[in-house]
Design a protein around this ligand. Structure first.
Ligand code: G6P
Length: 608
């Protein structure tokens, strides 16, 4: 991951580099740095930790220069120290990098044997030395980059500036995103259009293998073979305003509360409310009546959304669905035939493993549909059709509103595929659509439980381990609830299928262990009650998330009941996600954790 930016301008660039980095901090925040050319000489400022540390350093030690590059890091190779922070530099150049250079050991040995001295633990430093080596051999900057790039294995986006070259900025892309921005007599590079939005809305996305040579007056693109190519310029929709937290303490809180609105907006995009049916805003890129199997691939929270989608697609469209985490799926050599389709789910649309699954499926002749939040992302662009989630920019690292929007879209897709296959009658579709229409209002109702959830969270914050249980579609939600808690509170939490409890995890239950049970009043509710009895019999402390009917019928002495509004159970995971997210949020707040930027995580994961 990591965010990179470059500016070749007429005015000093340091402040603008930091401004762009602020918009890229979602990609990592272990350290940050910038390098500029001040009177033709390369200078750097770097700082460990969040971007604010770099900004503070620049206040006391400002950097001049109208050409510069910047970086915000999510550490892969080497600890997040100042010394390992980018930009990495030699006497000839400075470089910033997003991705991993897989053959860095081999290159490092080769270059060390030639006399290069390495100063950091990073993989990136080999890029600086490799290009420097080519320049020492007599090549000019551009030719040296051209000679070095084919030697790099792995995924990367790179930006270079060169000692003494006041009108040159070079960017390269192989498997990690990079965009060129056009200004008036100045040019920009950035990991995404969002970073460049304060400066320009005119953007070109590099394709894989491309590299770009920028001067103040323009850009020329080369492909992997070194041929000059043209790449389309487009208007970016990314907003120049730095998205704010409104009246909330954290982005995560704001995003949790935005859900009734963004889920409503997303559903309105996919539903014909007056006729009670689903109306997809795009053509399905496959014949749903002929397809034999759906394969779903995604990572993290998007994977859990996909897991719930599997239940819905199997139930409403009667088609077998296979699902796997993308990092496993991509290397499994799973057989795919052209009568199946792949659905990938991703908020950012840039997750490296998910993108690899998309490409694998396309190579095997399958059509790929993506459920994606960023319309200009690589996944949205490379899939045969993109089903957009209209969650808007999600800033909190722990995904919330993107998840419930993904669920909303997956529900609509399941219904649309079911109808196309002749499985759902119009009456059944109308019922399901009417249940979906009720969801945003029910979510708004669920947010009103916040004061009670805050109390439950105060107790939860003392726990060292927490179990989450659920059955049916509540099982993936239990996994997601546990993920939310560990991501932001660092409390160890696990989600289990309630029926699986007796096959091992029940051994963990004692008076100390909070067990959070997600149990809407659905067809498997009574089975879940039996599992709760098993927990209660062993002294486990149960926190139940269910409607009052369900809580009363269970007749168990719960430690707490978070009472949810009564609802038809089919789409309960979209509504029940709200208390699960709030519970994690308030637990982390009670513990004084950095909710929006939890340790070790990043929002967009463009490395394997
Ligand atoms: C990271 C984020 C998660 C996210 C996952 C997949 O791990 O921290 O919140 O669920 O990546 O990201 P994607 O953008 O593909 O949904």
């Amino acid at each position: 991951m990591c965010g990179i930016v470059g500016i070749i301008g007429r005015e000093p660039v340091a402040v603008r580099l930091v401004e762009a980095l602020k918009r890229l901090e979602y990609r990592g925040y272990d350290s940050a740095g910038i390098a500029t050319l001040a009177s033709g000489r390369l200078e750097r400022r770097r700082a460990e930790g969040k971007l604010r540390n770099l900004a503070a350093r620049l206040e006391t030690e400002p950097l001049a220069g109208v050409v510069g590059i910047g970086h915000t890091r999510w550490a892969t190779h080497g600890r997040p120290t100042e010394n390992n922070a980018h930009p990495h530099a030699s006497r000839r150049l400075a470089v910033v990098h997003n991705g991993i250079i897989e053959n860095f050991r081999e290159l490092r040995e080769e270059l060390t044997a030639k006399g290069h001295v390495f100063a950091t633990e990073t993989d990136t430093e080999v890029v600086a030395h490799l290009v420097t080596d080519e320049m020492d051999g007599g090549l000019a900057a551009e030719a040296a980059v051209a000679a070095a790039l084919p030697r790099l294995k792995g995924a990367f986006a790179l930006a270079f500036i060169f000692q003494g070259e006041n009108d040159l900025l070079i960017g390269a892309r192989q498997g990690a995103p990079l965009a060129v921005g056009y200004g008036e007599g100045e040019m920009f590079l950035g990991s995404d259009a969002l970073a460049l939005a304060p400066f320009t809305d005119s953007i070109t996305y590099l394709e894989d293998g491309d590299w770009a040579v920028l001067t103040r007056d323009g850009v020329s693109f080369r492909n992997a073979a070194g041929e000059t190519v043209s790449r389309a310029r487009q208007r970016s929709q990314a907003s120049a305003f730095l998205i704010d937290k409104g009246n909330h303490r954290h982005f995560m809180a704001k995003e949790i509360h935005e859900q009734p609105e963004v889920v409503g907006r997303t559903l309105a995009h996919y539903l014909d409310m007056s006729n009670g049916c689903v109306r997809l805003p795009f053509e399905l890129p496959f014949d749903a009546s002929k397809m034999t199997r759906v394969t779903l691939a995604a990572c993290g929270t998007a994977y859990y959304a996909g897991l719930i989608g599997k239940y819905w697609i199997e139930r409403y469209a009667r088609i077998p669905v296979e699902i796997d985490v993308a990092s496993e799926y991509r290397y499994r050599e799973a057989p795919l035939d052209s009568s199946g389709v792949m659905i990938v789910v991703s908020q950012s649309g840039e997750t490296a493993d998910t993108l690899a699954c998309l490409r694998y499926a396309k190579q095997q002749g399958q059509k790929v549909l993506s459920v994606v939040n960023v319309a200009t992302s690589t996944i949205a662009r490379e899939s045969d059709a993109a089903a957009l989630t209209l969650a808007g920019p999600e800033i909190g690292v722990a995904s919330t509103k993107a998840f419930t929007c993904q669920l909303s879209v997956l529900a609509c897709l399941a219904i649309a595929i079911g109808r196309a296959r002749g499985v759902l009658t119009p009456e059944r579709e109308r019922e399901l659509v009417s249940d979906l229409i009720a969801v945003p209002g029910l979510m708004a109702e669920a947010t009103k439980r916040e004061p009670q959830i805050e109390q439950v969270a105060a107790a939860l914050s003392k726990a060292s381990d927490v179990l989450y249980l659920g059955r049916g579609t509540s099982f993936p939600l239990a996994l997601e609830g546990a993920l939310k808690l560990k991501e932001i509170s660092y409390i160890h939490a696990e989600g289990y299928a309630a029926g699986e409890l007796k096959h091992g995890p029940i051994a963990l239950i004692d008076e100390e262990m909070p067990v959070i049970v997600i149990a809407p009043y659905d067809s498997v509710y009574e089975k879940t009650v039996s599992n709760m009895q098993e927990v209660a019999a062993r002294g486990g402390r149960i926190i139940l998330i269910a409607d009052r009917r369900a809580a009363n019928e269970a007749a168990i002495d719960f430690q707490a009941v978070v009472a949810m509004p009564d609802m038809a159970p089919d789409f309960a995971p979209i509504v029940y996600a709200v208390p699960a997210q709030m519970l994690a949020y308030h637990t982390a707040v009670a513990m004084g954790k950095d909710v929006d930027q939890p340790r070790n995580l990043a929002k967009s994961v463009t490395v394997e």
